[in-house]
Design a protein around this ligand. Structure first.
Ligand SMILES: NC(=O)c1ccc[n+]([C@@H]2O[C@H](COP(=O)([O-])OP(=O)(O)OC[C@H]3O[C@@H](n4cnc5c(N)ncnc54)[C@H](O)[C@@H]3O)[C@@H](O)[C@H]2O)c1
Length: 250
């Protein structure tokens, strides 16, 4: 069968873990050339060794200059840019009174400002490509609130507003969408469970709370990501798609 992303050049942030990693593996299978980003050099290098045509650059997405370097490195190595898949994210746990201001700012910068930064440097290159697209990994936390996640919920809601604004500005040349996963079995979900007395029970309950009675897998999310960045989704833009085992309907 023909590969869906044959020779497409793709930046993936948050690629060293969880959903970003599953997205990198899926896009690799579909023939994409990958510029991968994450915080951990060792994990990034281990991943690129397993993939066919991938390079990795460690750094902090909340730093504007890192995003500029990431885009430049993709262009230097592959000569073009077609897809940006934005997955880097942190939780910033604590209620409004307890959450240190520095942690609020770090969470907003990592989850929201980083989308602005990477898009700012990527868009001029995406505009040169046929069928270019940006896909933002938001969350059901944009719609449904959780205790101790003020910065997370605010950043995810705002990331959808930013996605819609950019879709208006850069269509029809660039399609820009978001996905809103429910509870997915990744290290980040286990970190968020630390806010509960019994983290294992909290993770189990998160799965049971969905209509499908289980957590999602990173691979299930990667399937939606692949659809949304591929030609199959050529008339989809400005949309935030939930993929949540039905939890928003509970
Ligand atoms: N796991 C869930 O249940 C869930 C649900 C909805 C949305 N999400 C969102 O999905 C995305 C991926 O989350 P995940 O669950 O796969 O998490 P994860 O913790 O497994 O992976 C997060 C990735 O982001 C990277 N990252 C974090 N901060 C960074 C920074 N400052 N600079 C560079 N890279 C950074 C990490 O290196 C890692 O590669 C996040 O945006 C998260 O908010 C997760």
């Amino acid at each position: 069968m023909a590969q869906k992303l044959r020779d497409k050049v793709c930046i993936i942030t948050g690629a060293t873990s969880g959903m970003g990693k599953a997205i990198a593996e899926s896009f690799n299978e579909e023939g994409a050339k990958l510029m991968l980003s994450g915080r951990n050099e060792e994990k990034g290098n281990a991943l690129t060794e397993k993939l066919e045509n991938a390079i990795f650059m460690a750094g902090d997405v909340s730093d504007p200059s890192y995003n500029e370097k990431l885009v430049n490195k993709a262009i230097e190595n592959f000569g073009r840019l077609d897809i940006v898949s934005i997955n880097a994210g942190i939780l910033g746990l604590g209620n409004v009174v307890d959450l240190p201001i520095a942690e609020w700012q770090k969470t907003l910068n990592t989850n929201l400002s980083s989308i602005f930064y990477v898009s700012k440097y990527a868009i001029p290159h995406l505009e040169q490509a046929e069928g270019a697209t940006i896909l933002i990994n938001a969350s059901i936390a944009a719609y449904k609130s959780f205790p101790n996640h003020p910065a997370y919920c605010a950043s995810k809601a705002a990331s959808i507003a930013l996605m819609k604004q950019m879709a208006v500005e850069y269509g029809p040349k660039i399609r820009i969408n978001a996905i809103c996963p429910g509870p997915v079995d990744t290290p980040l979900l286990w970190d968020s469970a630390k806010a509960f007395k019994n983290p294992e029970r909290a993770v189990e309950n998160a799965g049971k709370a969905t209509l499908m009675k289980r957590l999602g897998t990173p691979q299930e999310i990667a399937k939606l990501a692949l659809f949304l960045v591929s030609k199959d989704a050529s008339w989809i833009t400005g949309t935030a798609m939930t993929i949540d085992g039905g939890i928003l309907n509970v």
